[in-house]
Ligand binder design. Structure first.
Ligand code: TXA
Ligand code: MG
Length: 325
């Protein structure tokens, strides 16, 4: 454990005031968004942003998303093309991050963008998060509040398990509703940089054109998209319909009798997304207490939110030597 005492804050007046005061003083406060808990710091304070990278063990080549309360504030930090504006109008607040040309001279620490000319921005769809951002009045840089390379947190307890002693405070407002991180889009290309909580089909419909991704794109990718990520402690296998005795089986849908946990017994992708990281955290706990040798995951449809769920599971299943440094 680190040397810092981590305060647990409630989403009441005292807790939110304390969170703002800590941000103004350059400290790190984890806070809930609709997707996952973020590890927030004042994006204009280089020391505070540097502390985010140290607390997470994150390479400084991997830039951070800034979080703002409203579109007017977002426009202070980035140039919006017509397509970018269309997406912001359609989906903010919500689980969409836009990667846009940064406006230089607006005071963002260069660490936030890792020296790139683009900045990633979003407005979270959580009243508490937006109130905090509005009271703070500027941009809060916030990656997911987990040690680098580990499973993202969807509850304050997850944040505490990963970062207690390394950050000043955690604002606990219960579990996140969406459960997977935001979808990241670069409207200029337009390209999908990371599938996430907003399905790609909705974005393509709003733009009136397809997003390039994977092999189609001229390799636009987020620097943080290393393969092995979101790693639980046990090795993980995908698309398993008949697990071995030594497996902990993570089910999906009604045909998974004997599963240790089920992402959604009724086969609902929203429920599965909101349970995904919590179930992976639980499987880690079960694995530590038992004799299982691996995690086996039932097949999950690839449509809609299934794209983000399958993306995160594929990263969790990737060989561990590809983990970020
Ligand atoms: O839902 C979310 O997006 C959560 C909550 C807290 O907002 N945040 C989150 O942050 O998932 P993080 O740091 O875990 O993932 C952000 C991703 C990384 O893969 C990073 O490389 C990419 O966004 N990214 C950030 N700035 C970028 C930029 N300027 N250009 C391209 N990719 C960028
Ligand atoms: Mg992350």
């Amino acid at each position: 454990m680190g040397a810092i005492r981590t305060e647990m804050l409630l989403p009441d007046q005292a807790g939110t005031r304390r969170a703002i005061a800590l941000w103004r003083a350059g400290a790190l406060v984890a806070f809930p968004t609709e997707t996952v808990y973020g590890l927030g710091a004042d994006a204009s304070n280089a020391a505070a942003v540097g502390h985010i990278f140290r607390a997470k063990g994150r390479p400084t080549t991997n830039p951070l998303i800034i979080h703002v309360a409203d579109i007017a504030t977002a426009q202070r930090y980035a140039h919006f093309s017509d397509d970018a504006q269309r997406l912001a109008d359609a989906f903010w607040p919500g689980p969409l991050t836009l990667v846009l040309p940064v406006r230089e001279g607006e005071g963002l620490s260069p660490l936030v963008t890792a020296g790139l000319h683009d900045v990633a921005i979003r407005i979270p769809d959580s009243t508490l998060a937006r109130d905090l951002l509005a009271w703070f009045g500027g941009a809060i840089a916030a990656p997911s509040a987990n040690p680098s390379g580990r499973i993202s947190p969807t509850s304050a307890a997850h944040v505490r398990a990963g970062l207690e002693g390394r950050i000043e405070a955690i604002l606990d407002a219960g579990p996140c509703t969406v459960g997977v991180e935001s979808t990241i889009v670069k409207p200029e290309i337009p390209a999908l940089l990371r599938p996430g909580g907003l399905p790609v089909a909705a974005i393509e419909a709003a733009l009136g054109k397809p997003l390039s991704h994977g092999a189609n794109a001229s390799k636009p990718t987020s620097p943080g998209q290393m393969l092995s990520h979101y790693a639980p402690r046990l090795p993980l296998r995908l698309e398993v319909t008949s697990p071995d005795r030594s497996d902990l089986w993570l089910g999906f849908g009604p045909a998974c009798d004997g599963a240790a946990l089920n992402l959604s017994p009724s086969g609902d992708l929203h429920e599965a997304a909101s349970n995904l990281f919590a179930h992976l955290h639980r499987l880690d706990t079960l694995a530590a207490a038992g004799t299982a040798r691996s995690i086996a995951v039932a097949p999950i449809p690839k449509s809609g939110l299934g794209q983000a769920i399958n993306d995160r599971l594929a990263r969790a299943a990737a060989p561990r030597d590809q983990k970020p440094a």
